[in-house]
Design a binder for this molecule. Structure first.
Ligand code: SAH
Length: 344
């Protein structure tokens, strides 16, 4: 999963022909989990003007996997990566773990960072299984430990001692500033959840980098399902000025995180937040478009709760309660296109 190409690699594709209806303005960028149930991406693509998804695994950008599909109408030539390049292996990211890493654990990359984390009970079970076993441990013990380590992304922090990643370590892997999700009433559990759902900033920034030359004075963005602001952070780190951001996010904790990042980074543009995409109707959009002179970019990754592999109970596809919010992404994007088309 390398999409249309990776930094430093030979691009697979540098130009593509988009269907007429897909062309901007505005530019748009939609994200969701790559491994959705059969037919989901076909439907998403059909709604989003028949654009083919770009499937990319973030393991090519950072030390953790994250397989996502992106549908966008951005140009794809002259992309460039964010600098400094992030660590690409576990040892580069967490050098302290090297000392304790057993040779039989051959992982060099972490799996996809999830929304929840291993229990203390599990890490204790692993410790006692290893403490009670021979050195090197039996095949069965090793298999048990490795499976759990892969499943929960555990790293070695001492003799026989594995631990889940700390929230600030996940922030680093995902390309956010340290402590991005800390404070503002956000509990540890909420931090893991928001981080588990977020964009990998380096990956998204690579795709959005083409905007830098196109908008030297900055951009106005409609950010749907903003979460902890992966798109905002990506654009800022690319050095693209955020003239105005209308951010739509239902979680108050997440809205606070984005707001405090905005203040922290001394943004001079305007940040407006709205809670629910379902409140965003044609009248409201017309008013916003009038105020800001249109949107240059509409970004959003709608919830994947009913699509992703870990949720087997309610993996009921795009029509699931949360995942159906995709249709709001489309509804809003289409309204923006129509309103902006009329005004130009
Ligand atoms: N791309 C984001 C995360 C997207 S996850 C990032 O980089 O962090 C999907 C987000 O949609 C979650 O943060 C969730 O709280 C939010 N959400 C769920 N229902 C919503 C609704 N009705 N309106 C707005 N946001 C919603």
């Amino acid at each position: 999963m390398i999409g249309f190409g990776l930094p430093n690699g030979r691009p697979l594709l540098t130009h593509r022909k988009l269907p007429e209806a897909a062309m901007g303005p505005p530019y748009f960028y939609y994200e969701n989990v790559a491994l959705a149930p059969r037919g989901v991406w076909d439907t998403i693509s059909r709604f989003l003007y028949d654009i083919e998804p770009e499937f990319v695994d973030s393991k090519f950008f950072c030390a953790a996997a994250r397989k996502r599909g992106y549908i966008h109408n951005l140009p794809i030539h002259n992309r460039f990566p964010l600098l400094p390049l992030p660590p690409r292996t576990i040892f580069e990211a967490f050098p302290m773990t090297k000392k304790w890493w057993p040779s039989w654990d051959t992982r060099t990359h972490l799996n996809c960072l999830q929304t929840c984390t291993a229990s203390a009970k599990l890490t204790e079970r692993i410790r006692s299984a290893l403490a009670d076993s021979d050195d090197p441990p039996s095949h069965n013990t090793r298999q048990f430990v490795i499976n759990e380590c892969r499943k929960w992304n555990l790293v070695w922090v001492g003799l026989h001692k594995v631990a889940p990643l700390e929230p600030d370590e996940i922030e680093m892997l995902l390309g956010f500033p340290r402590n991005h999700t800390r404070g503002g009433g956000s509990s540890r559990t909420e931090r893991y959840k928001s981080l588990g759902n977020s964009f990998q900033v380096d990956t998204v920034a690579y795709h959005l980098s083409v905007l830098k030359d196109m908008f030297p004075n900055g951009i106005t963005m409609l950010s749907l399902f903003s979460g902890i602001g992966g798109a905002e952070v990506a654009l800022h780190r690319l050095g693209i000025h955020l003239k105005a951001v209308v951010s739509v996010e239902i979680s108050e904790v997440n809205r606070n995180i984005v707001r405090s990042w905005w203040e922290q980074t001394n943004q001079t543009g305007t940040l407006i937040d709205i809670a629910d995409v379902q409140q965003l109707n044609g009248d409201k959009l017309e008013q916003l478009i009038h105020t800001f002179g249109g949107f240059d970019l509409v970004v959003g990754g709608s919830p994947c709760n009913n699509l992703s592999g870990s949720n087997r109970v309610s993996r009921d596809g795009l029509e699931g309660k949360h995942s159906a919010l995709f249709y709001d992404y489309f509804r809003i994007l289409d309204l923006v296109k129509n309103i902006m088309g009329k005004e130009s």
